[in-house]
Design a protein around this ligand. Structure first.
Ligand SMILES: [Zn+2]
Length: 296
């Protein structure tokens, strides 16, 4: 391809909604800046719990039509973020949501947890060779919080990058999604201060937030505050999964969490690091987006 934008960002996520919760402001910011933002979602999220009573019939143990519904939610969310390149790994429905760790759905043939790693990573390598990203974003090795599909997404992302490098495109920088502990703690203090006006059944804790790490492990902070309204709108588009109220939101457990428009990353591959030492970089590309670069 010769007509690709100069800067190209690839995000690999497990279910529709993960991209918006974790990276919505980042995606909107880079899309607005003219970068190619490519989202690869690995499952349709068929096993998700449904929040609105009016949509309860979609659930896996009833009509089992949540997957197709979430394709629509994801498309609406991407429209809010200005992201036009979003795909499902191997095509929509190729890999089914595996459910939370330890449930029988983990063993269902065709679920993402049971996927052959090289086959799944091969689908991702095809995308990498097509869009030739300089930056890859995914979860840490525990998937942020131990969900099998998130762990598998991490494995597929790294393996896909490896296969693509062998086939001719090396990604310059690989990042894991994370949250600095002090930022999350401050978010929960804001939430506690909201007191009785707080709209959800209960309050989550720092331990409920995926990917919380010691502050000094965080290498990049992307300031997406100018896109906070876009992120909020995209979260609302995932209505089966997320309840949004002002600066807070809740998932199906109805435990309130703070909303973040500054999003954080830890570089785990690529030389030189976007930043080291005190302070954090503010751009995922560093010098990797300044030329055609990143060819293997
Ligand atoms: Zn997920």
């Amino acid at each position: 391809m010769t007509d690709l934008p100069a800067r190209r960002l690839l995000l690999v996520h497990a279910h529709p909604d993960d991209e918006t919760i974790n990276n919505g402001a980042t995606m909107a910011k880079y899309a607005a800046d003219g970068a190619l933002v490519t989202l690869v979602t690995c499952t349709l999220g068929e096993e998700g719990e449904v929040i609105p009573p009016g949509l309860a019939h979609l659930a896996a143990d009833r009509d089992d039509t949540l997957g197709p519904h979430r394709i629509g939610e994801l498309a609406a969310a991407m429209a809010e973020l200005g992201v036009t390149d979003h795909r499902f790994l191997g095509g929509p429905g190729r890999y089914r949501d595996s459910g939370m760790m330890g449930v029988p759905q983990n063993d269902v043939p065709g679920c993402f947890w049971q996927a052959d790693l090289d086959e799944a990573a091969g689908h991702l390598a095809d995308v990498i060779l097509e869009v030739r990203p300089q930056v890859l974003v995914t979860y840490d090795s525990n998937g942020g919080y131990g969900h099998p599909d998130h762990i598998q997404a991490h494995r597929v992302a790294l393996r896909g990058a490896e296969l693509a490098a062998r086939r001719g495109h090396r990604i310059a920088r690989v990042y894991e999604i994370c949250y600095p502990r002090s930022v999350v703690e401050a978010g929960f203090e804001r939430l506690a201060a909201a007191g009785k006006d707080f709209p959800f059944e209960g309050v989550a804790t720092v331990d409920d937030v995926p990917g919380v790490v010691a502050d000094d492990l965080v290498t990049v902070a992307v300031d997406g505050r100018a896109y906070a309204d876009r992120k909020t709108a995209a979260m609302r588009a995932h209505a089966s999964q997320i309840a949004v109220d002002g600066p807070f939101f809740a998932l199906s457990n109805d435990l309130g969490q703070p909303f973040f428009a500054v999003e954080y990353y830890r570089q785990v591959q690529g030389e030189p690091p976007a930043h080291s030492g005190a302070g954090r970089a503010t751009d995922l590309f560093g010098d990797a987006g300044t030329d055609e670069g990143a060819a293997a």
